[in-house]
Design a protein around this ligand. Sequence first.
Ligand SMILES: C[S@@+](CC[C@H](N)C(=O)[O-])C[C@H]1O[C@@H](n2cnc3c(N)ncnc32)[C@H](O)[C@@H]1O
Length: 280
Amino acid sequence: MRYALFFLSAAFVSFATQALDKAPVNAGPYVPSPSSVVADMLTLAEVGPKDFVIDLGSGDGRIVLTAAKVFGARGFGVDINEKLVKESNESAKLQGVADRASFTIQDLFKTDIRKATVLTMYLLPNTVNMLKDKLLSELNPGTRILSHDYPLSGWIPEQYRQFDLEDKVAITGVSTTLIYLYVVPAKAEGAWSARLPANLSKEPVRFSLKQQITRISGSARVGGKDVPLEDARLRGERLTFKLAIGGKPYDFTGIVKGQAIEGSVDGGGSKAAWSAAATK
Ligand SMILES: C[S@@+](CC[C@H](N)C(=O)[O-])C[C@H]1O[C@@H](n2cnc3c(N)ncnc32)[C@H](O)[C@@H]1O
């Protein structure tokens, strides 16, 4: 009997732990983004018919519905509130966009977001930041992320808008409204062996790049010296920097795709191709 009780209570503890594990984290209460903010967010990200928009915590569906109806995009939203998801799918039918906008009852932390070209969120500040690793690991470089009011700490926004909106006083107590636009960066960190135009170097040039999410810096081994890259920037897959070779400045542009970079170098009155391969 004692053993039976022990096993029963162990089973109960395990069941309760599993149930707790399964309860989704509440990422934020239902507060709709004002319609003008929705329009501003989608405009800032230049959403168009080629885009697939995912709204994490979609509320009444307004972001994905507007993206489909006004901007011609496709997409889906997820929310843990069953009633709001039902309402959103009904609105999609009523607005004639059910073939391009759908909504599911789902925990946003467990949602597969790999298909997004644009990802939107209006969530609590701490939950926005809980999503950072997921965003970096699942989203393709170049995907635009829009966050209403709360930034991703440590990420440099590509753009942001700040304005006053009276509608927001009832929501947050202040009229200040912020929209952050981020672009998911490619992974450029590491050592690269570059082939430059022969007039710049006949030998492969070693580049060392350091990356902190959207920030990039580094140097190139030129003429036996480590020369720092100036104005290095990484926007999605697009890497740009300036490098002085033989005392002359050159502008480098490249597209980072996995283990390769391909682009052009501009300077001294001519433009030519350069490429690089990641080294171990
Ligand atoms: C501030 S509202 C934003 C609604 C909509 N995105 C908008 O901007 O109008 C946040 C929404 O996230 C939903 N939510 C909270 N935690 C969630 C979770 N773990 N998974 C999915 N949705 C969640 C809430 O039910 C709520 O509808």
